[in-house]
Design a protein around this ligand. Structure first.
Ligand code: HPA
Length: 274
């Protein structure tokens, strides 16, 4: 299904009517088990996805399905507590719909977070990784179909999707806080099954350091409409086949709990300096 410019505008207007003149500048998409930062927003205005025309529900565990608008570390933020995934049955256009709406509302920056499997065997579960780039070439683009020039060009550059300036900023903040921060490539797999050990060997051979089921679609769309992007991954588990044990959703959510503090400290420090 193709969304029209009018539909994006209609969603933006519906949200705007709830914001009383508040203009968000930094959009944040918080992944599995990492949504609590949204609860720390000051003078929050909550908007449930189900109250926004054309929005889809978020059905994944650990995803709450609402937007939180307000201030965090002096920034006007719009926090998505819960994202949509392709594996939930949504098209990539539906998965990325909110990013364009947040752009229309005034967001110039996107901070994306996710939990992902750790493919790089020099690293450990529980580590944080700054996303330097991604690989998403085995599934269609969220930009497939008619281009909407109000958002961007037909053939957008993708060589700097993860904004170098923001990567440097995150690096410096992590060093100040003594939070170890890995840097690497996020490999998108659409799930919902976790990968096979053979797939993980393939991902590694192709240059992936982390593997997950989100983020890349939203970042492609954010880049297309001119947003700067900062992506941070929680390596919640060693990817399939590295350890002699099956992967479970509980493990992923538990890792989110454990990493919550350092994660929130890093994001807050980045926001302060943006
Ligand atoms: N694979 C894919 N997605 C994930 C994983 C994983 O190992 N862990 C958390 N999200």
């Amino acid at each position: 299904m193709a969304f029209t410019m009018e539909q994006y505008r209609e969603s933006a207007r519906a949200i705007q009517s709830r914001l009383g003149g508040f203009v968000p500048r930094v959009a944040m998409i918080l992944g599995s088990g990492l949504g609590e930062l949204g609860d720390e927003v000051e003078t929050p205005i909550f908007v449930d996805y189900r109250d926004i025309p054309h929005f889809r529900a978020s059905t994944a565990p650990g995803h709450r399905g609402r937007l939180v608008f307000g201030a965090l570390e002096g920034q006007n933020v719009a926090v998505m507590q819960g994202r949509m995934h392709h594996y939930e049955g949504y098209s990539y256009e539906e998965v990325t719909y909110a990013v364009r709406v947040l752009r229309l509302l005034g967001c110039e920056t996107l901070i994306v977070t996710n939990a992902a499997g750790c493919v790089n065997t020099d690293w450990s579960a529980g580590d944080l990784m700054l996303i330097t780039d991604h690989i998403k070439m085995f599934s269609e683009s969220p930009l497939r179909g008619e281009n909407l020039p109000e958002f961007g060009v037909r053939f957008p550059d993708a060589s700097r999707l993860y904004t170098p300036r923001l990567r440097q900023l995150a690096r410096e903040r992590a060093a100040e806080l003594s939070i170890p921060l890995r840097e690497g490539v996020y490999f998108y797999c659409y799930g919902p099954q976790y990968e096979t050990p053979a797939e993980i060997r393939a991902v590694r051979a192709l240059g992936g350091d982390a593997v997950g089921m989100s983020t890349a679609p939203e970042v492609i769309v954010a880049g297309h409409c001119g947003m700067e992007v900062l992506g941070i991954t929680l390596l919640s588990n060693m990817a399939a086949g590295i350890l002699d044990q099956p992967l479970t959703e509980e493990e992923v959510l538990r890792a989110g709990e454990t990493a919550r503090e350092k994660f929130s400290a890093l994001i807050r420090a980045c926001l302060r300096k943006m």
